[in-house]
Design a protein around this ligand. Structure first.
Ligand code: UD1
Length: 355
């Protein structure tokens, strides 16, 4: 069986890592990995391949940053001849980025069967680029690997349940596989940031970084958490760093660092007293590690995490974020709605059965 994987952005490297391992562990599978180059900095891409042991991509299209239409079109232009020549039995796609969208469109024109991992997620907000990407990817895919019952309900609502297969969440597999390695590795950040004594924050969504009022609300709230509750560590995505610099905003007590590697991030997430984020993946990782989370958005795709206050949606208002941070201590119990950590094996098994 010939399988092609297309990835391009940071969260996809984590998801693909566990599935690549499962693919490599089976005889008779010829696997090709293509990197679109959507993320290209060492801290956003290279370090993930090294730490997670992802095989070197056979091809990197080096598309880089551009407006969405241009970025997606460049990916499609690069992917079409590659997919046509390789003619895989299955194309494997992950999540909701422009790389997912580009590959899904190309494969559908070439009649290549495609499987979408992390299907069925919905924010119900069409203005979000990722929402459009995931809807298109779900509707074009032949096999929909969904992580939870909520995702299945969303697929059923759009008439897609017949193509849906429960896998559980590959990010849960990754946390189980890499958390102990992260803890054993330790490192200078672990020396400095002690368990239960700090908050870990990430901000990168376009709707937060590209809106001055929203970004300022978040930064001011993080400063106040840092001044009144516990120190805050903010590893900054390059797009957010650029916006913060444009604003001329200077941190007072916040500690701002470069994006962390996956293992550093896992280690610090597990140690944090709370996590403050607008990332989908980080919300879930917080939940897996039973760390209370504040989500800097008005809605979430991962509504299971909201139960019992484990994850609180605050939007980006300073006072709402602060109020949630002060409520954080009494959360839980934590459920297990995202499978049993064997999602990658289930995905590969299903592809083999249907090849
Ligand atoms: C993308 C995904 C988002 C995912 C996120 C993870 C889409 C529409 N969005 O958003 O779903 O959660 O990745 O990080 O696909 N940049 C660099 N170096 C890099 C990568 C990006 O400097 O290696 C900067 C560039 O200024 C670029 C900006 O970040 O213009 C945005 O990058 P892009 O990949 O377009 O979107 P993300 O915000 O990373």
């Amino acid at each position: 069986m010939k399988v092609m994987t297309v990835v391009g952005a940071r969260p996809q490297f984590v998801k693909a890592a566990v599935v690549c391992r499962a693919l490599l562990s089976r005889p008779g599978i010829e696997h090709t990995l293509i990197h679109t180059g959507q993320h290209y900095d060492a801290s956003m891409s290279g370090v993930f391949f090294q730490e997670l042991g992802i095989p070197e991509p056979q091809l990197n299209l080096a598309v880089g940053s551009a407006p969405h239409g241009v970025q997606t079109a460049e990916m499609m232009r690069g992917l079409e001849p590659v997919m046509e020549a390789a003619a895989p039995d299955w194309l494997l796609l992950y999540g909701d980025t422009n790389s997912t969208l580009a590959a899904a469109l190309v494969a559908s024109k070439l009649n290549i069967r495609q499987a979408h991992v992390e299907s069925g997620l919905r924010s119900f907000r069409r203005s979000m680029a990722e929402e459009v990407n995931r809807i298109v990817a779900d509707h074009l895919a032949d096999l929909l690997f969904y992580p939870s019952n909520v995702a299945l309900q969303n697929l059923a609502h759009e008439g897609l349940q017949d193509r849906a297969v429960f896998s559980g969440d590959v990010m849960y597999d990754a946390v189980l596989m890499f958390r102990t390695i992260a803890e054993a590795k330790g490192g200078p950040l672990a020396e400095k940031w002690k368990p239960g004594q700090f908050a870990l924050a990430t901000v990168h969504r376009a709707e937060n970084t590209d809106d001055e009022a929203r970004l300022t609300g978040i930064l001011e709230a993080l400063e106040e958490i840092s001044e009144t509750l516990c120190p805050v560590l903010l590893p900054l995505h390059p797009r957010t760093r650029a916006r913060v610099e444009q604003l001329g905003w200077k941190p007072r007590t916040l500690t701002i660092v470069e994006p962390l590697s996956y293992l550093e991030m896992l280690l610090l997430q597990g140690r944090a007293r709370m996590i403050v984020t607008d990332s989908g993946g980080v919300q879930k990782e917080a939940y897996f590690m039973q760390v209370p989370c504040i989500t800097l958005r008005e809605e979430t795709e991962w509504i299971e995490t909201l139960e019992h206050g484990c994850n609180q949606l605050t939007g980006t208002g300073r006072s709402e974020i602060l109020a949630a941070a002060r409520r954080m201590e009494s959360t839980g119990p934590w459920g297990t709605p995202f499978g049993n950590g064997q999602a990658a094996q289930k995905i590969v098994q299903t592809l083999c059965e249907r090849s």
